[in-house]
Design a protein around this ligand. Structure first.
Ligand SMILES: Nc1ncnc2c1ncn2[C@@H]1O[C@H](COP(=O)(O)OP(=O)(O)OP(=O)(O)O)[C@@H](O)[C@H]1O
Ligand SMILES: [Mg+2]
Length: 218
């Protein structure tokens, strides 16, 4: 391929991001920083590349959720994307047997139907006993503490999460921020105004939470 338009995932392929790479690495490594916002007014400024490259280079376990994949703005769409993100997560850590088996065991034990076949995770979202996001985050937190890692959950294109789905996701993130010390979040997106409203709107579940911010090529 002559010209690859995908986000970069290796440092050798990432240009002119020394400072951003250093700052994001610092935030990810700092146990007091629980929420990181990577944003840009413009598209294609390298936000996703910076995040993926930094996490890969640091070797920090992460779950990457791209909200653009939530085609139907309904809960089912979100759960499908989460299922895919978790499957990808398991596949990525397949060489790390201890970490992998702990996460598989945890996911298989979540109340309300999480099925794991090999590396394929599927979250059942239809029934009233569907796993709640807050519950999933709590399990992630516990298993991360057990394995001795801090798990990073990336929510990319966050500006697309609005409406009642947004409230559900941001409430769960706020709960995790307040109570769960072993997971941290990177929230990324393009539209500054919308992203701001997640933090500065008193109606928003994440209102008033402190976050570290990064603006590639800002
Ligand atoms: N610093 C960089 N070094 C090398 N390639 C880069 C860099 N920044 C961006 N690119 C390239 O530019 C394109 C856009 O990058 P990326 O998808 O990471 O940006 P983005 O800000 O997340 O874009 P979007 O707003 O569409 O989500 C990709 O092809 C990526 O490989
Ligand atoms: Mg992007």
């Amino acid at each position: 391929m002559l010209f690859d338009t995908r986000p970069k995932v290796r440092r050798a392929d990432l240009f002119d991001f020394e400072e951003e790479f250093g700052r994001l690495s610092g935030f990810v490594g700092d146990s007091l920083t629980r929420l990181i916002v990577v944003r840009g007014g413009l598209r294609r400024t390298g936000k996703t590349s910076l995040i993926l490259t930094t996490l890969n280079e640091l070797g920090v376990p992460y779950v990457f959720v791209d909200v653009r994949e939530v085609i139907r703005s309904r809960r089912g769409g979100l759960y499908e994307v989460l299922s895919r993100a978790l499957s990808e997560f398991l596949r990525r850590y397949s060489p790390y047997k201890a970490l992998l088996s702990s996460f598989i065991k945890m996911l298989s034990g979540v109340r309300g139907g999480v099925r794991v076949h090999g590396f394929e995770v599927s979250l059942n979202w239809g029934g009233k006993d569907r796993p709640l996001l807050t519950e999933l985050f709590r399990e992630f937190d516990e298993v991360s503490a057990g394995v001795g890692v801090r798990l990073v959950i990336v929510i990319d294109e966050a500006q697309r999460l609005g409406g009642s789905l947004g409230v559900e996701v941001w409430s769960a993130v706020a709960h995790a921020y307040d109570f769960l010390g072993n997971i941290k979040f990177i929230i990324s997106g393009s539209e500054m105004g919308v992203l701001n409203s997640i933090f500065s709107n008193p109606e928003s579940p994440l209102f008033g939470r402190a976050y570290a911010r990064l603006l590639p090529r800002g």
